[in-house]
Ligand binder design. Structure first.
Ligand SMILES: [Zn+2]
Length: 264
């Protein structure tokens, strides 16, 4: 049997467990009599991940469900395969059902034509809908579901005791999950989700990418401040809510004023 490397009581993360970079963080929640996975990662790592789980002596029959934090391909490209291998159920937020069940290349980021990215995205049936406030019991452990839209409409986070599995909401360097209109990013929603995380009392944040870290409100506030600016910047295209420069310009245009270069 492979020794289990617990990050926290009841929590194994599969990259740390494998001792190599598999991709997205894959959390195994061990509740004793049963277990679940939060995300599964790319298709080409699923069999290795499941083999590691088998070698750690977890019974496949005790896998209660596979959770998709959202439908981005790097998180769930392998979920249909994992579901088949483990003969278990898949759980996601209602807004994640369409991209997951259709495998839509644009909504899941499997296809980014302009960058030559074109990955297969096997569709996967969602069996269990998770909504804000739902409680998932995994043996002796309980996870409270948080709906934290922003990165995508169906983004989920999970509170378990003093831990917050924060998905793509915030990473250790204060970066956040990609903001892109194509998969439903919404900056005002994102700010609300970050403020909710800021107001929470969780002691450790366990994101979907990179290291887990101790809560530091400065990290979260920095992201809130940045995203607050993004709302008014053309850089974010249709994800921005307003572009004040155009108001000034429109006033000049409509009043027939030309730019006054003497004022710098
Ligand atoms: Zn991600």
């Amino acid at each position: 049997m492979l020794p289990r490397k617990y990050l926290f009581p009841g929590v194994i993360e599969m990259n740390y467990q494998a001792g190599r970079r598999l991709g997205v963080n894959v959390y195994l929640i061990d509740g004793g009599s049963e277990w679940i996975l939060i995300d599964v990662g790319y298709l080409d790592t699923v069999e290795e991940t499941i083999e590691l789980i088998r070698r750690m002596d977890f019974s496949f029959a005790a896998c209660k469900m596979l959770i998709a934090t959202h439908a981005d391909a790097d998180h769930v490209q392998g979920i249909a395969r994992a579901k088949e291998l483990l003969k278990t159920k898949v759980a996601a937020h209602p807004a994640t059902v369409e991209p997951l069940e259709t495998g839509d290349g644009v909504l899941t980021f499997a296809q980014i034509k302009a960058q030559g990215i074109d990955l297969p995205m096997p569709p996967c049936k969602v069996d269990i809908l998770l909504r804000d406030g739902d409680v998932i019991t995994v043996g002796s452990r309980k996870l409270t579901v948080w709906h934290t839209p922003g990165h995508t409409e169906g983004q989920l986070a999970f509170k378990m005791g003093n831990l917050l599995f924060c998905g793509d909401n915030i990473y250790k360097d204060s970066c956040v999950g990609v903001i892109d209109a194509h998969h439903g990013s919404n900056i005002p929603d994102f700010i609300r989700s970050l403020k909710r995380i800021l107001a929470d009392d969780s002691e450790f944040l366990l994101p979907s990418h990179g290291p887990c870290f101790r809560r530091d409100n400065a990290i979260i506030q920095k992201a809130i401040d940045r995203l607050s600016q993004y709302q008014y910047m053309a850089d974010f295209g249709t994800c921005a809510v307003h572009w004040p420069l155009l108001d000034e310009w429109e006033k000049d245009v409509c009043s027939g004023r030309l730019p006054d270069f003497s004022r710098g």
